[in-house]
Design a protein around this ligand. Sequence first.
Ligand code: 5AD
Ligand code: SF4
Ligand code: FES
Length: 347
Amino acid sequence: MNRNDLLQWLETTDPSRLEELYAEAYRIKREHVGTTVYFRGIIELSNICQKNCLYCGIRKGNSRVERYQMSIDEIAQTAYLADQMKYGSIVLQSGERQDEAFAQFIEEAIHKIKRVSEGRLGITLSLGEQSRETLQRWFKAGAHRYLLRIETSNESLYQKIHPDDHSFQERFACLSMLRQEGYQVGTGVMIGLPFQTLEDLADDILFFQKEAVDMIGMGPYIVHEDTPLAQEAKDFDGKKNLELGLKMIALTRILLKDVNIASTTALQSLSPEGRELGLKAGANIIMPNMTPTKYRKSYRLYDNKPCLDENALLCRGCLENRIDSIGEKIGYNQWGDSPHFLKRDRH
Ligand code: 5AD
Ligand code: SF4
Ligand code: FES
């Protein structure tokens, strides 16, 4: 598939053609990564953020958010629960902070998670842009995967959806550093952003291919009413963005074959069956929410985020049923590294 093919598929809205596309992506998924879904329990450990991304509900400038930070003990208890629930790995996510106190806090949290799970839990970080020293420190402490979305591979669009002091080049440089420091690297984009063209999305997929990433986590853009970008998204169409999100998953699977692709929560915000549809279109990873219920309402990156009143056990049960309903299995107690990572030359 070349750029033109990608573009043609992104333009397609005919349901029967799209069924063919999803079926082809599913065939490739079955062949290259299988139909076992891997869980990554996600702990949203703090909504304190020093950045001001124009799309995000927990941006620094949003004074309507009640800020929180979980304690090390709360994080360790939640990780213990993930281990008990047989999740092979967890994701630590939070707003971005680059101060020393935060670096140290995370280092300690990683050590403690390793201890309470007796080394079993795989640890993925999703903590924004960081210095090489910090990334090394966290790797040494025991984290081995990192998710850092490029948000869009189009530099001028990147500038439009971020304030002036955010830099595409720095984001990109951080992605390269992650790989150099030995992490399995995940990236991704938002789909259906204001000002974004189908050409941009085709280029995003080619970007994933060129950068040879191990994991992709991408999802539809969803308006958050208390953000500046909401002004530019008056014609927001959830149905359209859901379909675009599914097409992006399918095309990425067809092109990249053996990477891990997440069926993200944003898909579920746009349709109750959104995450199953993501799996059917080629995704193989799900990140069940493990954040303690009392914090969930404060970690709203976009409107209509699901599971705000649920807890980790309810989300697990819910997802088990959903995965069962499409005839797939769950890979309990496994790290579920992507075949792509296992094959790639890391030296
Ligand atoms: N809609 C969809 N995704 C969003 N994110 C932040 N705000 C939104 C939104 N309004 C995503 C970004 C970020 C990730 C943590 O959440 O891609 O990298
Ligand atoms: Fe902060 Fe991340 Fe939201 Fe940007 S997307 S405001 S860095 S939490
Ligand atoms: Fe949380 Fe369904 S995934 S309740």
